[in-house]
Design a protein around this ligand. Structure first.
Ligand code: SF4
Length: 326
């Protein structure tokens, strides 16, 4: 039986503002199985990066976590001491950031930066062992063995992102969070970076949480998907099932916004704008933009419709469809 690596229960993440609290993540629960390639998708401001930062315990004031649990491989992440948290990062969870250039130190060579991470986690390697390890990591991410001798400004955008992936896997973490790792890259390099993530997942057996808004990339990469809207997960399930038959109208529109070169169907946009999370709509938060909105949607929050122990969606259409069948 597959093992749950990450368990998030009823998590809330708020940001304090003068006007009140912004609920960026609102009562969110889901699990990741060992080896999952989970795609977390949604528009900008839907709470994806806030959720990723919460898993890394990187929520900074004015953000705070009023309640909820995060367990990674049995570790209670929200109750780690500062010293345990330092060890936990990189060895249990690592991030491939959105802007690799900003994540790399511009005045230190790539290999020196990677060695800093080893030493900080108590891994002391001789010069020859370090060179061997760096060479192995470079080979895994498809880079030349001399890249550790270079400064970040000597690398292209795609190479920097691969260096970030090599850094993320260097201490063999259980979970790698890749936060929009391809957003600043052209489509060819995007594909290469996604293939690299796939290779490191195969080689190191890590579980990957890929955060993004590009449904095309998610279709290529993920085996499971979570769709976020206004701080909530509105649908979770296997990528195959969601792409072939989405249950939530928001998921349906996200998929319809993908170009299809075979059918050349008309692209569908999402009307309106994401809601402000200071004062979100009542009932289903998607109701002001939903093409299938009906009576209860503006007043009642939809229940979670459980499909199986790893799949659910939240939409009143579930009860409407059940009533039709009766
Ligand atoms: Fe649309 Fe209503 Fe479902 Fe919300 S609950 S997604 S408004 S049909």
């Amino acid at each position: 039986m597959s093992e749950d690596i990450l368990k998030i229960n009823n998590l809330f993440v708020n940001y304090k503002t003068r006007q009140g609290d912004v609920k960026a993540v609102n009562n969110l629960s889901f699990t990741l199985e060992k080896g999952d390639k989970f795609g977390l998708v949604g528009e900008s401001g839907s709470g994806k990066t806030t959720l990723a930062n919460a898993i890394l315990r990187m929520i900074k004031p004015p953000g705070y976590i009023p309640s909820g649990d995060i367990f990674l491989d049995g570790t209670d992440v929200l109750n780690l001491s500062d010293s345990d948290l330092r060890k936990f990062r990189s060895t249990s969870v690592a991030i491939v950031p959105q802007a690799a250039m900003n994540a790399l130190n511009p005045v230190r060579r790539v290999g020196q930066q990677m060695n800093d991470a080893f030493r900080d986690h108590g891994v002391k390697l001789s010069k020859s062992d370090l060179n061997y390890r760096l060479g192995e990591l470079m080979e895994t991410v498809g880079l030349r063995s001399d890249v550790p001798n270079l400064f970040p400004h000597e690398l292209s955008g795609g190479m920097k992102q691969r260096v970030s992936i090599a850094m993320a896997v260097s201490l063999n973490p259980t979970l790698i969070i890749a936060d929009e790792p391809t957003s600043a890259l052209d489509v060819v390099v995007q594909r290469q970076v996604i293939d690299t993530l796939d290779q490191v997942k195969e080689k190191y057996g890590a579980t990957i949480l890929l955060v993004g808004h590009d449904m095309g990339l998610m279709a290529q990469f993920s085996n499971r998907l979570g769709i976020m809207y206004a701080g909530e997960l509105v649908e979770v399930g296997s990528s195959d099932k969601i792409f072939s038959k989405p249950n939530h109208p928001y998921t349906e529109i996200l998929i319809s916004s993908l170009p299809d070169t075979k059918t050349k169907r008309k692209l569908v946009g999402i009307p309106g704008l994401p809601p402000t999370l200071l004062d979100p709509p009542t009932g289903c938060k998607f109701h002001p933009r939903c093409p299938k909105v009906f009576d209860p949607c503006s007043d009642l929050i939809p229940d979670k419709e459980i499909i199986d122990n790893k799949s659910f969606f939240s939409c009143h259409l579930a009860s409407k469809n059940r009533a039709k069948v009766k």
